[in-house]
Design a protein around this ligand. Structure first.
Ligand code: 475
Length: 830
């Protein structure tokens, strides 16, 4: 609780909040203050880590002033806000982003230099918060950046995992995971508020009782509690003075709970309880797209949404807020099904805690949530066994049953006599075990449901949720993903940014459609030359990084052909491998002269879920192929394969700007959107890709001439599937494909070991769920068109420039505008 009202303006007429002056001297003072009094070291004795922590805290002070002001304005206006609920935020490093947002880059560089410190050394000290797996987590980070940059009142809620996504190492070419100890050297960007902790219950039972007005009510009596401690991360808008909040929760044991057990004399049980609580925010589940239904995962999900709802209702909203007006003040956006348990939680709070009638609470709840789906793979759609859910959250299961009963009554009214329809649409599945379909719950409760690219949204409507879209066509919409141009153009590619600004002036970074103004320069030889120089310099920068980071030495002056994304069979890293092996085979079999092969360096970056066997085999194969190709004198360095371990946001920022060719080669209909594809196009790489996810829209925008399309379309995939797909037929009828597979199968890359490649070869020939073999020939032909275009530097540059000029649509600012218009019905502050 707070004390008496204090003045908004601080004494001595210093203004509402006192920010350090935006001068070199102002920064140095703040920096030394943090170093001497925060870290407790003298400059002369300070370590790089001390210097990093002190610089970060000094920069944070500038943000903090704006953050306080942003919050004051929000309290004043009480405008409708967006609460983004996401189990993952793949933030990337904070330091440069904070400098860019505050416009302090030069000031800080000079200030540190005055202290004898190289800003690059300080930069390199930061370990990125990797609190996400891949696309979904990075999307959340882009969205909170855009919301702040567009001056939208928004708050992000999530989990402060003590260990983020594992650090990937390779031992004998195989992936070995190491814990991500990102907090070990200090976490200068967060502000913890243990005094604002929230208590969350688990387990126990429910009971009914009659309240003072004689009304029958239900209450939940949990058998354990944990405490959520909020950690605020500041999310600065791009040079607009707004700083939003990202609030991440960490779990600790509650005192009362401990005491009860301690008093019972069972010390070890008490310590176990502590462990139970602290396990909840211990580690990010490293499964991307194929989550396992683990109890701890459900605990994590409930933990963070219960904390977030409580925080919003009891702390963010004013104490006298009329809760029936909730939809006028908030929309909770559900980032996939991970936070969907928030729906019964809000119902529980409204009905059980606040005494609201069920129907009124339901009407409110239905206006407060919207759901984004990020997948089409059936194995990625979350279901929770009712047994597990009921044990952990008995009251929530009751609420879900009631929601389902009322929903099914509506279904039976809409489709009279169609009991099959009711069974198909039921939130509760009966087979193979009774469980809750979280996507259905989100669809029933949500005001809107969206997919993340046009094709994906269409397939979501037609294939995943057809009955729902028939019942509520207006519920369904699309918002194509986007990426933040601040991080992925301005910070990642400073040379290109300067070239753009020199050409079209300032202002494009928060109005990315203005990149269109570059179109005429595609025909300008001078501009094309400058554009090529930028790409060449970015390759030099990448070479230096990979040599220093991993001891990898890339050849100079080769086409850089990049495939970076999570390792998954549907993304088809194997198709890329087959291409490399086929080229290698051409060389070593003497079918082609090495001089006739376009020099290419293939770069992979990919983590595999630790339990995903086949993905790990593919990683091993890539490393083996790399070893063989790179060390074969016949290849003479004209083909090279690099697989730097531990691909993350930080590496992406150097890798993507250097790329010539972007590999987006998933089987059509499987990649919901992709967002890496957008980053590459915006940085002037050409895409070789299937008609899948947002590739479809990239191709439409950049034009067929500037995109290398190949492969089956989604309807063709369906057709082939329906008539019976036999991969071995493709193997038998295609010589190049047969030779490539045979070469792998022969053990040529595994030191003669055929068993090591058995699972991969066997799967390709007899299963090939993602139709690698069916798309092989088309892919090889598209790669030949790539070589042809690349042989003409002017033609290539023209296409690359047009990719940049026509990809402004893929700014996450545009995505936010679409969410605001189609889903949230909020507008930016002026
Ligand atoms: C899609 N992650 C991309 C991206 O919309 C799309 C799932 C379960 C548990 C943990 N993480 C996940 C995803 O499903 C995921 O990242 N999906 C991706 O979302 C953003 O661009 O096509 O695969």
């Amino acid at each position: 609780s707070y004390g008496p009202e204090l003045p908004v303006t601080s004494p001595l007429a210093l203004g509402p909040v006192v920010s350090p002056p935006h001068t070199v001297e102002g920064f140095v003072k703040e920096f030394l203050h943090e170093l001497n009094y925060g870290q407790g070291v003298a400059l002369s004795r300070s370590s790089v880590n001390d210097q990093y922590l002190a610089s970060a805290r000094a920069v944070r002070s500038y943000l903090m002033a704006q953050w306080l002001e942003t919050q004051r304005r929000q309290r004043e206006t009480q405008a409708k806000s967006v609460a983004y609920l996401s189990a993952e935020y793949l933030l990337g490093r904070q330091f440069d982003n904070a400098l860019l947002a505050t416009g302090l880059t030069d000031t800080v560089e000079k200030g540190l230099a005055a202290c004898g410190i190289d800003i690059d050394v300080v930069r390199a000290q930061e370990i990125e918060p990797g609190l996400g797996n891949g696309g979904l987590g990075r999307l959340a980070a882009c969205f909170v950046d855009s919301l702040a940059s567009m001056n939208v009142s928004a708050i992000g809620y999530g989990i402060r995992y003590e260990f983020g996504i594992f650090r990937q190492t390779f031992v004998d070419g195989r992936q070995v995971e190491q814990p991500d100890t990102w907090l070990d050297l200090g976490s200068p960007w967060e502000v913890a508020h243990p005094e604002n902790s929230v208590q969350v219950g688990f387990g126990g039972r429910t009971e009914t009782y009659t309240d003072d007005d004689g009304v029958e009510r239900t209450r939940w009596i949990p058998d354990s509690n944990v405490k959520g401690i909020p950690h605020n991360y500041l999310v600065p808008g791009y040079q607009n003075g707004r700083v939003n909040t990202l609030r991440l929760w960490s779990a600790v044991a509650t005192q009362s709970f401990d005491l009860a057990i301690f008093n019972s004399g069972d010390y070890t049980a008490a310590v176990r309880a502590q462990t139970f609580a602290e396990n909840i925010s211990k580690v990010l589940y490293p499964e991307d797209s194929t989550p396992q239904g683990r109890e701890l995962r459900l605990q994590q999900q409930y933990f963070f949404v219960a904390c977030s709802i409580s925080d919003f209702l009891n702390y963010v909203l004013p104490a006298d807020f009329d809760i029936t007006k909730l939809p006028e003040r908030i929309i909770f956006q559900l980032n996939d099904t991970h936070p969907v348990i928030a729906i019964p939680e809000l119902m529980r709070v409204l009905v059980d805690d606040r005494g609201m009638a069920w129907d009124e609470a339901w009407a409110i709840t239905q206006q407060c949530f919207a759901y984004t789906c990020h997948t089409l793979l059936p194995e990625a759609l979350e279901v929770w066994p009712t047994e597990l859910l009921g044990k952990l959250l008995p009251r929530h299961l009751e609420i879900i049953y009631r929601i389902n009963d009322e929903f099914l009554a509506e279904v039976r009214k809409t489709f009279p006599g169609d009991e099959l329809k009711a069974r198909n649409m039921s939130i509760i599945a009966e087979y193979p075990e009774r469980s809750v379909r979280m996507a259905y719950l989100a669809t029933v409760a949500g005001a809107k449901v969206n997919g993340v690219a046009e094709l994906h949204s269409q397939l979501l409507r037609d294939k995943v949720l057809p009955d729902f879209s028939a019942m509520w066509p207006e519920k369904f919409t699309n918002v194509t993903n986007g990426v933040t141009p601040r991080r992925f153009i301005k910070l990642a590619n400073p040379l290109l940014s300067t070239l753009i600004t020199d050409t079209i002036g300032v202002g494009w970074l928060n109005d990315l459609e203005r990149l269109r103004e570059l179109e005429p320069y595609a025909e300008d030889p001078e501009f094309r030359a400058s554009f090529r120089e930028v790409k060449a310099a970015n390759k030099v920068r990448l070479r230096a990084l990979l040599e220093q980071r991993d001891g990898l030495v890339l050849p100079e002056d080769a086409m850089l052909d990049v495939m970076v994304k999570r390792l998954h069979e549907y993304k088809r890293q194997l198709l890329k491998v087959l291409h490399i092996v086929a080229l290698y085979d051409l060389v070593v079999s003497g079918q082609a002269k090495i001089e006739d092969i376009t020099p290419r360096t293939f770069v992979f970056g990919a983590k595999a879920a630790p339990g995903y066997r086949m993905a790990k085999e593919i990683i091993h194969l890539i490393n083996r192929v790399a070893e063989t190709v790179n060390n074969d004198p016949r290849v003479d360095g004209r083909l090279a394969v690099a697989f730097p371990p531990n691909y993350n946001v930080t590496l992406a920022e150097t890798l993507i700007p250097a790329a010539d060719l972007s590999e987006q080669i998933s089987l059509a209909g499987k990649e919901a959107s992709g967002t890496g594809n957008m980053k590459f196009a915006l940085n002037g790489a050409l895409t070789i890709g299937t008609d899948d996810g947002a590739n479809v829209e990239i191709r439409q925008l950049v034009g067929d001439d500037n995109f290398f399309l190949f492969g089956l379309s989604e309807p063709q995939v369906e057709e082939l599937q329906a008539k019976g797909y036999r991969p071995s037929a493709f193997y038998e009828s295609n010589e190049s494909l047969r030779r490539a597979i045979d070469l792998i199968a022969s053990g040529a890359f595994t030191g003669g070991d055929r068993e090591a490649v058995g699972p991969i070869v066997g799967d390709l020939l007899y299963n090939d769920r993602f139709m690698v073999l069916a798309d092989y020939q088309s892919y090889i032909e598209a790669q030949e068109r790539v070589d042809e275009r690349y042989a003409d530097p002017d033609a290539w540059s023209r296409s690359a420039i047009l990719n940049v000029a026509r990809s402004g649509f893929f700014s996450s600012d545009r995505a936010m505008t679409d969410y605001m218009d189609r889903i949230w019905h909020v507008s930016p502050r002026r």
